[in-house]
Design a protein around this ligand. Structure first.
Ligand SMILES: Cc1cc2nc3c(=O)[nH]c(=O)nc-3n(C[C@H](O)[C@H](O)[C@H](O)COP(=O)(O)OP(=O)(O)OC[C@H]3O[C@@H](n4cnc5c(N)ncnc54)[C@H](O)[C@@H]3O)c2cc1C
Length: 372
């Protein structure tokens, strides 16, 4: 029987960022079911850091993560690189564009209005009829997701954390003052279990006899394609439709596209639907002046939301030592630094990190109890 202070379930961005923050203070074991970390949502994202995305709470967490990402600690590779983001709309999408502007103002953020000639100067392949005007955010960045994930885990390991893959947690039960966590191969006793199981977070809570928070995983599809050789897209910003009907952005010499869909799904190794890819191709082709000749690769991932679309990070009131760190929605990469720091501080008893209180965020806004 192994004994640890903290056993983390899940080797995605959530589990890795928590491991990073608690490893210097505690004996940590992270268990991932799949043969490698980052296999599910974390390895399937669009890799964007976008402060003007999500609820005010998500925006606060994203903003509070920026200093970590822009100058990460020793041992991390560079995380951010310039990208920019553009929301475009046809003449009939005026209201939708204005709603984006209003949300930015309400969150004390700035979006720059671009006229049609300015839009076409930035992304010459836009069809004029698809881009009557637009809103530009120069601060959106690309993220190197894999090096961030590996950076968190390497540092956690340096502080003694163990990260084991191919270990599905099958049972969790209370035994006196500790949890007994069981995989097919071994048992481990832990003072605290951190549930960072992404789309499976309700199921993992169920293993411990804890009622679900009714988190819902939603499928989202992405795919890559090439532009014609005559078009140089490397410096385009991400381009999104005013009504979130699609987006596309340069990605390692190709273009990554998505339908931006949200389709409820059970937790699973979700696969792309041909129809979603075809629909996105159609909508992107109606926005740019070149055909998408071939989809090179398509995939889908799950974005798991709580009913209020804010993340959950906090102790379960009904079960001592059971900590939820889940429901990261479409923001789990870009919020991971601040949310991981928050979990680390809560788990080790050191209180809300300054960067988060400075953003006006309160523990109740993240606590699982708000969803009961
Ligand atoms: C198409 C798409 C685009 C996205 N774009 C962005 C973006 O641009 N920016 C951004 O910030 N976010 C983005 N996201 C969201 C982001 O990917 C997620 O919020 C984030 O990856 C969630 O991380 P996680 O660790 O909670 O989940 P996951 O990465 O899914 O990790 C959970 C892990 O728990 C493991 N697990 C589950 N049950 C068990 C068990 N019983 N035993 C052991 N292990 C278990 C799973 O195997 C899994 O590896 C996007 C998502 C998608 C799908």
């Amino acid at each position: 029987m192994d004994q640890v202070d903290i056993c983390i379930v899940g080797g995605g961005m959530a589990g890795a960022s928590v491991a990073f923050h608690v490893a210097p203070e505690a004996r940590v074991l992270l268990l991932e079911r799949e043969p490698h970390v980052g296999y599910h949502s974390t390895g399937r994202s669009a890799a964007l850091y976008h402060r003007q995305y999500g609820s005010p709470e998500v925006r606060a967490l994203t903003g509070a993560s920026e200093s970590f990402f822009s100058s990460p600690p020793a041992g991390f590779a560079a995380v951010l690189s310039a990208r920019g983001s553009l929301v475009v709309g046809r003449a009939d999408q005026h209201e939708a564009l204005r709603a984006h502007e209003a949300l930015a103002v309400a969150s004390n953020q700035t979006l720059t209005r671009l006229s049609q000639p300015e839009l076409l100067a930035l992304v010459p392949a836009l069809r004029p009829e698809a881009a009557a005007w637009g809103l530009y955010d120069s601060l959106a960045m690309d993220m190197d997701v894999d090096s961030l994930l590996q950076g968190y885990l390497k540092s956690a390991r340096r502080h003694g954390a163990r990260v084991l893959t191919g270990q599905e947690i099958r049972a969790i039960r209370r035994d006196g003052s500790r949890w007994q966590v069981q995989t097919a191969e071994f048992n481990v006793a832990a003072d605290i279990v951190v549930n960072a199981a992404g789309a499976w977070a309700d199921e993992v809570a169920g293993l411990a006899g804890i009622a679900p928070l009714h988190l819902v995983p939603y499928r989202r599809t992405a795919f890559t394609f090439e532009t014609p050789e005559t078009i140089s897209a490397a410096h385009w910003p991400m381009v999104a439709d005013a009504e979130e009907q699609f987006y596309f952005k340069p990605d390692a010499g190709r273009i990554l596209g998505s339908l931006s869909e949200e389709v409820a799904s059970p937790p699973c190794d979700v696969q792309p639907e041909d129809l979603d890819v075809a629909l996105a191709v159609d909508r992107i082709e109606a926005t740019v002046n070149f055909p998408i000749k071939r989809v090179l690769r398509a995939w889908a991932g799950l974005r798991t939301f709580a009913t209020d679309r804010n993340p959950v990070s906090g102790f379960e009131e009904s079960a001592p030592g059971f900590y939820w760190h889940a429901a990261l929605g479409g923001y789990g990469i870009q919020t991971s630094a601040a949310l991981g720091a928050y979990a680390g501080a809560t788990l080790t008893g050191s209180g809300l990190p300054g960067a988060l209180s400075a953003q006006g965020l309160r523990a109740e806004q993240l606590a699982p109890g708000r969803l009961r």
